[in-house]
Design a protein around this ligand. Structure first.
Ligand code: 6GU
Length: 239
């Protein structure tokens, strides 16, 4: 059985969306992964199939009802024990470590919220992992779910083709990527670094390593600090 995403959403037509294109789309056509949706709307209550209601305690916005979400999740939940993830800006920040874990399993069930969010009790009852893709607010969990699925699908065997070994270049060692150059060797008065045209593979590897470290230090002091902290624990050398 191929890796399967089951997305619970009010907007099933948003899937696979951009993941129907390029390498992920090719993988989908080849059966390397599957993208299923479960429309929340039919689970809604009353003449208007309402999925939300006003918050207890007052305040702005609407909250998605636990009974409605529960019914949809019970139908979406899978026998293969795929983890259930709720996309929300109050979740734990998604990391490449999480992505590797999801990609290594049978797939994921992804709950996409709209409005102010989902009643807390249904999250507890279903042991849902709450995940955020960054410190900004999206209008709904669907675009965040697409980000999560993209990150997972590109790690599945065969999806990235022969470049498989390179799929985790950035982040695998806790560093950002070094700068890249291609022809022409000089463009608009800007020369590509000489070392990259030298044919000296040891010198090239050393330059790239130094550049990765510089870029990480300058742009992501948080990653740089975490990496230094790691190395003291593991005995890995740091510059
Ligand atoms: Cl996962 N969902 C929503 N709605 N907004 C977000 C997010 C997720 N991550 C950052 N902002």
């Amino acid at each position: 059985m191929s890796w399967t995403a089951t997305v619970v959403t009010l907007f099933p037509e948003m899937f696979p969306g951009p993941l129907g294109q390029s390498l992920a789309g090719r993988g989908l056509e080849q059966g390397l992964w599957r993208c299923e949706t479960r429309d929340l709307r039919p689970y809604g209550l009353g003449r208007h199939n309402a999925v939300d209601d006003t918050p207890f305690g007052g305040g702005a916005g609407m909250v998605m009802r636990p009974d409605v979400i529960d019914a949809a999740l019970n139908d979406a939940k899978r026998a293969d024990g795929a983890p259930c993830v709720y996309m929300t800006p109050r979740g734990r920040p998604l990391s490449q470590t999480d992505v590797r874990r999801y990609a290594a399993g049978p797939g994921v069930t992804v709950l996409c919220g709209r409005y102010e969010g989902v009643d807390e009790r249904v999250l507890e009852a279903h042991e849902i992992e709450e995940v955020s893709i960054g410190d900004y607010v999206l209008s709904g969990g669907e675009t965040a779910a697409l980000v999560l699925l993209d990150a997972c699908v590109r790690l599945l065997p065969g999806v990235m083709g022969s470049a498989d070994s390179g799929v985790e270049e950035s982040f695998s060692d806790g560093l950002l990527e070094y700068p890249h150059y291609t022809r022409p060797a000089e463009w608009n008065g800007r020369a590509a670094p000489d070392v990259l045209l030298s044919g000296n593979h040891a010198a090239i590897a050393k330059w790239r390593r130094e550049q990765s470290e510089r870029v990480t230090r300058e742009r992501r002091p948080d990653l740089w600090a975490a990496r230094s902290a790691d190395s003291s624990a593991t005995g890995r050398e740091t510059p």
